[in-house]
Design a binder for this molecule. Sequence first.
Ligand SMILES: NC(=O)c1ccc[n+]([C@@H]2O[C@H](COP(=O)([O-])OP(=O)(O)OC[C@H]3O[C@@H](n4cnc5c(N)ncnc54)[C@H](O)[C@@H]3O)[C@@H](O)[C@H]2O)c1
Length: 424
Amino acid sequence: MPAQDVLVIGLGYVGLPLAVQAARAGFRVTGFDTSAVIAAGLNAGRSHVDDVSADEVAAARALGFTATADLAEVGPQDVIVICVPTPLSEADGPDLSAVRAAAQTAGRLLRPGTLVSLESTTYPGTTDEVVRPLLEKASGLSAGVDFALVFSPERIDPGNPEFGLVNTPKIVGGSTADCAAAATAFYGQICDQVVQAASAREAEMAKLLENTYRHVNIALVNEMAIFCRELDIDLQDAIRCAATKPFGFQPFYPGPGVGGHCIPIDPNYLSYKVRTLGYPFRFVELAQEINGRMPGYVTERAAELLNRNAQPVNGARVLLLGVTYKKDIADQRESPARPIARKLRARGAQVAYHDPYVPSWQVDGQDIPRAADLQPAAAAADLVILLQAHRDYDLPRIAGAARLLLDTRGVVPKTPATPRVEAL
Ligand SMILES: NC(=O)c1ccc[n+]([C@@H]2O[C@H](COP(=O)([O-])OP(=O)(O)OC[C@H]3O[C@@H](n4cnc5c(N)ncnc54)[C@H](O)[C@@H]3O)[C@@H](O)[C@H]2O)c1
C-alpha cells in the first residue's frame, strides 16, 4: 500500500482513536486541533482520551503521527476526516459552527483526488447541503467529480473493552458511488468491515437511528422503573427474565438519567430536521421529557429514603458515587450527576462525591468535596447514592458500610447483610 497523507481534524474522543489507528495502518497522519494544549500534549506523548493510552499515542508518534494547532504546518492531503464537535445551540438546535470551520479548513487543503469524510454526528443532509458547498467554494473543485465526499458516522462506545474502531463495522455513504468506493478503500485498511449506505443521507440517518433507538428505549425502562416501584414489581428481575428471549428483545436498564455527548444531544438534531417539515418527532420529544425528569426523580427518592430514617434532606450528608456519564470512563459531559447534586444542594444537603476517574468536580462553579477514602466516607454519609457502578467499586463492601444506599443502577446485590439498599 502506498503511504498516503491523512489529516484528522478534531482530536477528541472520535478523532484521536482514528488518528492512532490510521498511523498503525501505515498512513502518514497529521492531526489538526484548534486547541494548542491538546496538540502539544499529544506531541509530548500524552493522551486526554479514555480509550487511548499514552503508550498508544507514543507508538503513533513513532510511526510519524504529529498533532498541530497551526494550519500553516499542514500541506495538501489525500484523505481528510472531520471529527469536530456538534453541540446544541442556545435554542437547543444544531450548532454546526465547528463543522463549518472544519469544512473551510478541509477545502483549503483539498487537491484533485482527495477523499473528505465527515464523521461528526449531524442531521441528514448536512454533508451535501452544508459541507459540500463550503468545500467546493474553498477549493474551486467539485465533489463527486474532482474529489470524493462521504459521511461516515463514528460509532465508538467509550470504555467498551470488546468493540472499538477496528471491529465495529464502519458505515460510509457517498455523494456518488465512486465517493463511497474511495471511502471503502480507505476505511477498509483500518476497519474489519465497511458497510456502504445508499448515500450520505442514509449514513447520517443510520447514526441518528442508532442513538434515537437507545434514547427511546432507555426512556421506556425509566418510565417503567417509576411505576413498577409503585406496583411493587422488581423491574430489574423482569428485564432479566425478558432478556432470556433469544429473539426480538434487547435489554435496556433504568438509571439516573442520560449523559454523554450522544444520547442527550443527537436526537435533537433529528427532531430539528423533522420540525422543518412542520411537525414534531414525538418519540424523541417524549423520551427527552422522561429521561430529563430522572435526576429530579432520584432526588425525590433520596428525600423519601432519608425521611424514612426520620431525617430531612436539609443538613443530610449525601455521598454521590460515580459522577461521570458512563461507568469506567472519565467523561463527565451532560452527566446526570450534576443536576442531581444541584437539586440536593438546593434542598440543603451536604453533598460530597467519590469517583476514581474525577480528581475534582464543580457544580455551578462550586467545588464539591471529594471523598478520598471510599469506605469510611460511605459509612459516615447519611445516604450514599450509586450513580455509576465503576468496575473498581466493591459493591457488596460499600453496601455493607452504608447506612442507606440508593442504587440507581440496580446492580448492588441484595442480601440479608445489606438491608439498607434500595433500588431506583
Ligand atoms: N464521544 C463519543 O462517544 C462519540 C461517539 C460517536 C460520535 N461522536 C460525534 O463525533 C463528533 C466529535 O465528538 P468528540 O466526542 O470526539 O468531541 P471532542 O470534544 O472530544 O473532540 C473534538 C475536538 O475537536 C476540536 N475542534 C473543535 N473545533 C475545531 C475546528 N474547527 N478545527 C479543528 N479542531 C476543532 C476540539 O478542540 C476537540 O479537541 C461529534 O459530532 C460527536 O457527536 C462522538
